[in-house]
Design a protein around this ligand. Sequence first.
Ligand code: ADP
Length: 312
Amino acid sequence: MPSYIVADVGGTQIRAACFRADRQTPERVERLATQSGVMPVLDRLFSLINTIWPKNDEVIGIALALPGPVDPFQGILFGAPNIPGWTNLPLRRLMVERFHVPVVVGNDANLAALGEWKFGAGRGHHHMIYITISTGIGGGVIIDDQLLLGSRGLAAEIGHITVMPDGPLCGCGQRGHLEAIASGPSIARWAEEQISQGAASILSSQKRLSAKEISRAAQQGDPLAITALERAGTFLGVALASYLHIFNPTAVILGGGVTQSGDSLLQPLRKALREHIMTPSYLENLTLTTAALGDDVGLMGTLALAQTLRKT
Ligand code: ADP
């Protein structure tokens, strides 16, 4: 039985899997730290793929999820904030030269959207938005059963919408993006600032905070933690109203670690969404739910991309 090789390249780890063409559970999954020791990241990726390469089966092709803006048509990674030196990298060409099979590449958040749509909480929806709220904010948009890519594959950077002109600096260098306000580290940074200005909190003895700790404190009734998540949820809801105005989906899927804050984040999000929507028609028949695939979303989305490579 022919197989697909898929790899999800993150800033911290690379996960690779081999799927038989007729299955949705992998035959083999292996992982490797992305950056460690003297071996360059590209060689580490090559060696991990070699490890999972099936001994006796044909490989139809390889799909890669990459942690940065990607041109999927040219197979080029423009940059990866967490992998130094990976700039304008012609990954598809390098992979084809090394493994001699067809190769497809995509942005990891876009592919997570594809995974949730094909195998997870978005199944059956023709129009869907996926948002991951984690260390950054990213996502993907499915319109008419197609992943929205844009002219160079750069569409659907939904964390980089300006919600506060002149607001906090975003990791991308611009100001006031949603990511600079509602990502995990941004929520933590805001709470740290409030504490340094004298706000009372059970977290005030800690020098550095995380969104996870803030969410735990909110569950214990800490007013600062509740306000921090309320603020993030409100900005997420405001942004979401705009996405609904543009894309009019039937499903919005929320993923990423920060989503585990639950109602402390989601109630203000829903409230702001209702308050900022142009007409309630956008909300009728809208499914707003959390992601279903958990840690597997990267590999499953990359499998969905691999499946676009048909055996010739
Ligand atoms: P990554 O960004 O590496 O994909 P995650 O999706 O887990 O990883 O996102 C990490 C962020 O999620 C961190 O800011 C972390 O503090 C936050 N986080 C993790 N668990 C929780 C939780 N239970 N509640 C709120 N935030 C959480």
